[in-house]
Design a protein around this ligand. Structure first.
Ligand SMILES: Cc1cc2nc3c(=O)[nH]c(=O)nc-3n(C[C@H](O)[C@H](O)[C@H](O)COP(=O)(O)O)c2cc1C
Length: 311
């Protein structure tokens, strides 16, 4: 089954939850543009999440969802808020949502955990989740070790549930590759940072547009909190301290509030500009609808081109 049929959307594409960026307004704009918008609850309180859900509902009659970061101290309250507000889709990041899944399923919510490796699939499938978002290390934000190329087919082999590919998808060619790897659709984040509707500071958008393929790095591996961001003064100092054996507390001095500084103040020096490895493919700021239509149209052309090549 194609992801758009599972979700009731026009395109088989999910906008990845992005803490401090994916507001109710942005998620509604994504849903109105034909993909599944997700409210990124990562940096929110449970009350804020409720407000964003209500805003989203007031701006779209299309399906939308919520991404809950399980390390958020309010995750348990948020798990209840999505039920009370009648949210239809929940994705989870940074942990195992086992304790919340039965109540979500009882409420008719479709649940898609983000997985960085097949071990998580084995633990989560028996809980009755609806599928998996297999996220490769190419992606922006919190990352695992495996690449999308290696991970997606192995997750497909580990489960008969739908698998959505994430990480490194910003063009029709990459979307076609995701289907070739066995996915039923894709989750994207980085390519939407440079959408007209994305509410990040213009300095952040310009930094993403300027970035080349090798301009991202991963901070936090030594403290088990790897995050892919654009290289800047902050990442250089962070990595220097990390190499010198700094503790988690010392390293947190760099990252505390750093995403907010990038998103709201446009601080490209000490801010944390989360961004994936596909940034080098992004050359202009465009409306969400144009981005989705191009991804779909180009992927169809690529698949036709492939068929001709192999025939
Ligand atoms: C700026 C940014 C913030 C992100 N924040 C979150 C988050 O809060 N929760 C989450 O599950 N994933 C988060 N992600 C990952 C995305 O949901 C998505 O899986 C990823 O962006 C897909 O890979 P791509 O960046 O190569 O498109 C974030 C990604 C970016 C670029």
């Amino acid at each position: 089954m194609k992801l758009n049929e599972i979700l009731g959307t026009e395109f088989p594409i999910i906008q990845g939850g992005m803490a401090n960026i994916a507001t109710g307004e942005f998620a509604a704009a994504v849903s109105n543009a034909g993909a599944l918008g997700l409210i990124g609850a990562g940096g929110m309180t449970a009350d804020m999440l409720r407000e964003h859900i209500r805003t989203c509902k007031s701006l779209t009659d299309k399906p939308f969802g919520v991404n809950i970061m399980l390390m958020n101290p309010a995750a348990a309250q948020m798990a209840q808020v999505v039920i009370e507000e009648g949210v239809k889709v929940v994705t989870t990041g940074a942990g195992v949502p086992g304790q919340f899944v039965p109540a979500w399923k009882e409420a008719g919510i479709k649940v898609f955990p983000v997985v960085p490796a097949t071990t998580m699939v084995k633990r989560l499938e028996p809980l009755g989740v609806d599928g998996f978002i297999a996220e490769g290390t190419e992606s922006g934000g919190h990352v695992g070790e495996l690449t999308t190329m290696a991970l997606v087919p192995q997750v497909c082999e580990a489960t008969s549930l739908p698998v959505i590919a994430a990480g490194g998808i910003a063009s029709g060619r990459q979307l076609a590759a995701a289907f070739a790897l066995g996915a039923c659709g894709a989750q994207v984040g980085t390519c939407l940072l440079v959408s007209e509707e994305c509410p990040i500071h213009d300095n952040y958008k310009q930094a993403v547009l300027k970035a080349k393929d090798s301009d991202t790095t991963v901070t936090g591996r030594s403290v088990n909190a790897p995050v892919r961001i654009l290289k800047n003064q902050m990442s250089r100092e962070y990595l220097k301290q990390e190499r010198a054996g700094a503790s988690r507390e010392e390293l947190e001095k760099f990252t505390l509030g750093s995403l907010r500084r990038a998103v709201f103040e446009g601080d490209t020096k000490t801010g944390s500009l989360m961004c994936g490895q596909t940034a080098g493919l992004l050359h202009q700021i465009r409306p969400l609808r144009t981005i989705f239509e191009e991804l779909m149209g180009d992927s169809r052309s690529v698949l036709a081109e492939m068929e001709a090549k192999w025939r």
